[in-house]
Design a protein around this ligand. Structure first.
Ligand SMILES: Nc1ncnc2c1ncn2[C@@H]1O[C@H](COP(=O)(O)OP(=O)(O)O)[C@@H](O)[C@H]1O
Ligand SMILES: [Mg+2]
Length: 268
C-alpha cells in the first residue's frame, strides 16, 4: 500500500461565498471515508459547527486565558513569554467530536487594539496551528476572508489552499490577493471552486479570470435553495435529508483533492 498523505487543506475566499459550507461538508465526507479529520474553525465568526452538524461550539481556544498565560509563562508580568508553549493536549482537551467522527477545534478571536498586548495569546494560537498542521490527521481549516494570520511557519504545513468564488468579480479579486499572499509565505498549491452558480455566462467570465491568474478550477457548484434552508434551520447540508445537489459536487471536490494527494505522494 502506498503511503497516505494526511492532507492539510485551508479553505479561503471572500465572506459569504460558501467557505464554511464547503469546509464542513468536506470534513465530514473525508471522515466518512475513514480519515481522522480535524476541522479547525479559524474564522472569528465561529460558525463551522453548523456546517458540521454540531450544536454547540467547544470553548474557543482564545478564551483559555489562564491556561495560555500559564503555558506561555506570561503571568510573570515581565513581558517575556514562550514562543513554543506546550499545546499537544489541546485538541484532546478542547476539541468536540461531531457527526462522522470529525473533531472540531475553535480558535476564537483575539481582541486587537486597546492597551493590552495580545502577544502571548497570538503565540499560543500560532503554536497550536503549527502543531495541528504537522499532526498525522487530515486537517480542514475554515479561514476568515483573508489568510493574513497564516504565517510562514504555519504555511509550510498547508498542502492545498482551496479558494471559493461566486459569480462576480469581487470574490475573484479576493482570490487573486489570497494567491499572492499565499505565494509570499510559501503556499503554492492553490485551486478554486465556483459556488452559487445560476448563470453560465457569468461562470465563463469567472473561469477566464481564474485561468488568467493561473488558478486551476476544481468544480462548479450550483446555487441551491435547500442550502439556505439548512442554514436557516442551523443544520448541516449533510443532515437535511434528500441529498442536495451541492453535496454531490462537494463529493467530487473530495475525489479531486484525493487524486491531487496521490500525485503528491508519488512524487520522488
Ligand atoms: N451553493 C449554494 N447555494 C445556495 N446557498 C449557498 C450555497 N453555498 C453556500 N450557501 C449559503 O450562503 C451563505 C454563506 O455561506 P457560508 O458557507 O457561511 O459562507 P462563508 O463561510 O464563505 O462566509 C449561507 O447561508 C449558506 O447556506
Ligand atoms: Mg464562514
Amino acid at each position: 500500500m502506498i503511503a497516505e498523505k494526511k492532507l492539510k487543506i485551508a479553505v479561503a475566499g471572500k465572506g459569504g461565498v460558501g467557505k464554511t459550507t464547503i469546509a464542513g461538508t468536506l470534513a465530514r465526507l473525508f471522515a466518512r471515508d475513514g480519515h481522522s479529520v480535524i476541522a479547525v474553525d479559524a474564522d472569528p465568526a465561529m460558525n463551522l459547527k453548523f456546517a458540521l452538524g454540531i450544536n454547540k461550539n467547544p470553548t474557543p481556544v482564545s478564551e483559555l486565558k489562564d491556561l495560555i498565560f500559564e503555558r506561555t509563562g506570561a503571568y510573570t508580568g515581565t513581558g517575556i513569554y514562550k514562543l513554543n508553549p506546550k499545546v499537544d493536549d489541546i485538541i484532546e482537551g478542547y476539541g468536540a467530536k461531531g457527526p462522522d467522527g470529525v473533531t472540531l477545534l475553535v480558535m476564537g478571536t483575539i481582541e486587537k487594539g486597546g492597551s493590552g498586548c495580545t502577544c502571548p495569546e497570538n503565540a499560543f494560537l500560532r503554536s497550536l496551528l503549527r502543531h495541528i498542521l504537522f499532526k498525522k490527521n487530515m486537517v480542514i481549516m475554515d479561514m476568515e476572508a483573508g489568510i493574513e494570520h497564516l504565517g510562514r511557519g504555519t504555511a509550510k504545513g498547508v498542502d492545498l489552499m482551496l479558494t471559493v468564488v461566486e459569480p462576480g468579480m469581487r470574490s475573484v479579486e479576493t482570490v487573486g490577493r489570497i494567491k499572492k499572499l499565499g505565494e509570499d509565505i510559501g503556499i503554492n498549491n492553490i485551486t478554486a471552486v465556483i459556488n452559487k452558480v445560476t448563470d453560465s455566462e457569468m461562470v465563463k467570465k469567472v473561469e477566464i479570470k481564474l485561468a488568467e491568474m493561473n488558478i486551476p478550477l476544481l468544480e462548479i457548484i450550483p446555487y441551491e435553495q435547500s442550502l439556505i434552508k439548512a442554514d436557516m434551520e442551523g443544520k448541516a447540508p449533510l443532515d437535511i435529508g434528500g441529498e442536495p445537489e451541492a453535496v454531490e459536487h462537494i463529493k467530487r471536490i473530495k475525489e479531486k483533492i484525493l487524486s491531487f494527494a496521490n500525485a503528491l505522494v508519488s512524487l520522488p
